[in-house]
Design a protein around this ligand. Structure first.
Ligand code: ADP
Ligand code: MG
Length: 325
């Protein structure tokens, strides 16, 4: 008896350490830290842990392609080319083109060249102080997606100070690619969570839908304010409550207005998008936050198969047409 308990504890420890469960009726799960956040992949209809390994490898592959900070990545090479043309992977071109379409759609409220301004705010370290205003003005001069020029598989930035950051869309794209990979490997019931960027495959094996919680902004216990029931959809939230600096009791969050270099101050706490494409959901969550409630809602209501929940700073939930009953 004792022997079995020790083996049991050992097995449990191995499973916790490797982040997997392989019992027949249970999902298998892998959790790790990537893209500066906690990611988790859960498969409900297979015990093949090598598929989970494959997912993590794919994530690392895309990190090495799209990260602004990984030396030698496509985005790193473009940003450090001093204005020279750089040949990149076709997937980088495709994602850049999609990202640029949201820059245009939002008339520049969404802009993938804001990174140097974000760096000045130092949201990572939360220093509690404003960026130096001279530096901020200088950085703002290099912001402008119009400087990005794509020609075949080559990208050139006209202004050598301009930097690309795909942080507002890359996790969505990667989630979509993981879904394709999982489907190719015969997985029909799974949940991909890239730091709150959720993509579901099928429903649960018992036929029920996944119940995705939308967090109540600033709630320290992480209590849901509502839930979304979904199959084969992505649910992505851009909120102001996760990355911010607090100065004189006011929150200065990470979604910045490219025209001022300051956070959008538009009485929104978060925007959640529901779409079958996670790329779309990720890009639109940031885009709609940047556009604000009225224009953001109008945009969502003009799109097929795309819904949204806006949460205002008095915790009012505003639903797009397809979700309002
Ligand atoms: P998170 O990645 O934290 O889940 P988002 O999807 O909203 O949240 O994206 C945040 C990313 O968007 C950060 O990389 C940030 O630098 C970038 N960003 C901030 N403001 C804008 C903006 N106006 N347009 C495009 N990207 C932005
Ligand atoms: Mg986003």
């Amino acid at each position: 008896m004792k022997k079995y308990s020790i083996i049991g504890i050992l097995l449990l420890t191995v499973c916790i350490l490797s982040g997997c469960k392989t019992t027949d009726n249970n999902p298998i799960t892998r959790q790790t830290i990537l893209f500066d956040t906690i990611i988790q992949i859960r498969i409900y209809d297979s015990n093949a842990t090598n598929i989970l390994d494959g997912c993590i490898e794919k994530c690392q592959y895309y990190e090495n392609l799209f990260s602004r900070t990984v030396e030698g990545s496509d985005i790193y090479r473009i940003n450090h080319a001093d204005g020279a043309p750089v040949e990149v992977h076709p997937e980088t071109i495709a994602l850049l083109e999609t990202a640029l379409s949201y820059c245009e759609l939002s008339d520049g409220a969404f802009d993938i060249t804001l990174a140097p301004v974000s760096d000045l705010w130092d949201f990572q370290n939360n220093t509690g102080s404003f960026p130096n205003s001279d530096q901020l003005q200088k950085c703002l001069e290099s912001v402008g997606y119009q400087a990005i020029c794509i020609n075949g598989n080559t990208v050139q930035i006209a202004n050598p100070d301009t930097q690309i950051d795909l942080g507002a869309i890359a996790k969505g794209y990667i989630a979509d690619q993981l879904k394709l990979y999982l489907k190719e490997n015969g997985v029909n019931h799974a949940l991909i969570d890239l730091g709150g960027n959720i993509l579901t495959i099928g429903g649960k094996p018992d036929g029920s839908k996944y119940n995705i919680a939308i967090q109540k902004p600033f709630d320290e216990q992480g209590t849901p304010i509502t839930t979304v029931k979904t199959t084969d959809d992505s649910v992505v939230t851009s909120g102001i409550y996760q990355r911010y600096v607090e100065i004189d009791r006011k929150v200065y969050h990470h979604i910045l207005n490219p025209r001022t270099g300051y956070p959008y101050d538009n009485s929104l706490y978060s925007v959640t998008i529901i779409s079958d494409s996670s790329t779309t959901a990720d890009a639109l969550s940031t885009t709609c936050f940047a556009m604000g409630l009225e224009d953001g809602l109008e945009l969502i209501n003009s799109l097929d198969h795309t819904e949204a929940i806006f949460i205002t700073d008095n915790y009012e939930l505003i639903y797009s047409d397809g979700l309002s009953k």
